[in-house]
Ligand binder design. Structure first.
Ligand SMILES: [Zn+2]
Length: 378
């Protein structure tokens, strides 16, 4: 593939509006693209208009998997260019998903095609796991893992936008919705009602006493985080509110896990409900992704650094991430020292307006992935 074809692949992907739905269009586009180069793939349907793509070359072990996601976040905010038209300016390529992470997906696809075209003999399998729904829920990675696509994988590279750094561990993420049920009444006669907002404040206070000022730090991924993020209750200043809802997000670590947060909240609910029948709560877990504990000595890291440093002529440092990725689902059954790296083209512009990728970084990652495919199977 020449340079223009490589840019065009990224441009075509950016043009597909795959905002955490409609990922099937990306899967179909890539399946047809790979087919032109004689690479077979399988579309794994999740829901109407939502599909993963799995493609493979080679056979047997080792199985080296590369993963990226099809979805992007909404293109809201002030853009200087059309977010769905790849626009080059001074060595930067602008567009929604250029950074997170259609450049990473394109780089994997190109690396795989060029490895196949080189006709270089190799032993083992390169498997692409291209997922839907990473930005909300990681449903695609969950589905592929449940269907066994990770069972025989020996090592995993996720192309999320780290830039020239390798991430080997990250926090978990937990979203919970709590609802208090009460009874509406006029505020001059509160005894006829049951104040759901006040009851919710009591619950929030109790939870905060247990978790709010937790200062636990994971050596790899940093501080445990816990925040109430949404609160809705009441309709009118002189009415006793009949329902109130809050939502919270926690960024979890090994020593303060998702289960621990859930237990504390469940216990707080039970404790209040025991003291007074006015307390009636509902709890719903919206998203539950465990931390990826990782091991900075896993066997893939040294190779990633060596290849990255050779291609870019700069040091490739390691870090533990505060965010979550599909690794949370892919690695549920794998040991901490499973060979995994998160290493892909990117910068700080992800999710923002005027998202971009440096053209040189895009091309460097095509080279890095190609070499990882060759060396990673040795
Ligand atoms: Zn991403």
């Amino acid at each position: 593939m020449n340079k223009n074809e490589k840019i065009k692949l990224l441009a075509d992907l950016v043009a597909i509006r795959s905002m955490n739905d409609n990922e099937e269009a990306v899967a179909e586009y890539l399946a047809a693209f790979l087919d032109k180069y004689g690479i077979e793939s399988e579309i794994v349907q999740y829901a109407p208009h939502r599909a993963n793509l799995v493609a493979e070359i080679g056979n047997g072990h080792p199985v080296l998997a590369f993963s990226g996601h099809e979805d992007v976040v909404d293109a809201v905010g002030d853009w200087n260019t059309d977010p769905f038209q790849l626009t080059g300016k001074y060595g930067k390529l602008y567009g929604r998903g250029t950074c997170d992470m259609k450049s990473g997906v394109a780089a994997m696809i190109i690396a795989m095609i060029e490895l196949k075209q080189s006709e270089m003999p190799f032993e083992g399998t390169i498997r692409l796991l291209i997922t839907l729904g990473e930005e909300v829920g990681e449903f695609g990675a969950e589905q592929l893992t449940e269907q066994g696509f990770m069972d025989d994988v020996d090592s995993l590279i996720i192309g999320e936008p780290t830039g020239y750094k390798i991430c080997y561990a990250h926090k978990g993420s937990l979203d919970i919705k709590l609802k208090a049920m009460g009874k509406i009444a006029h505020s001059s006669m509160p005894d006829l009602g049951n104040n759901a907002l006040q009851n919710m404040l009591d619950l929030v206070t109790l939870i905060n006493q247990e978790i709010g000022d937790t200062e636990i730090v994971d050596p790899e991924t940093g501080k445990f985080l816990f925040n109430f993020t949404v609160m809705q209750g009441g309709t009118q200043v002189n009415s006793i509110p009949g329902t109130t809802e809050v939502q919270l997000n926690s960024r979890t670590i090994d020593d303060f896990s998702n289960e621990k947060v859930i237990n504390i909240i469940e216990n707080a609910i039970k404790q209040l409900e025991k003291t007074d029948p006015k307390y009636q709560f509902d709890m719903e877990i919206l998203m539950n992704l465990p931390p990826v504990d990782g091991d900075k000595n896993n066997s893939l890291i040294k190779l990633g650094q060596k290849i990255g440093e050779a291609v870019t002529d700069q040091k490739i440092p390691l870090f533990g991430g505060s965010y979550t990725t599909d690794a949370a689902k892919f690695l549920v059954d794998k040991p901490d020292d499973f060979p995994m790296i998160i290493f892909g083209p990117g910068n700080q512009s992800l999710h923002s307006s005027n998202e971009y990728i440096d053209e040189s970084m895009y091309f460097n990652f095509i080279e890095i992935y190609k070499q990882l495919m060759i060396e990673g199977l040795k």
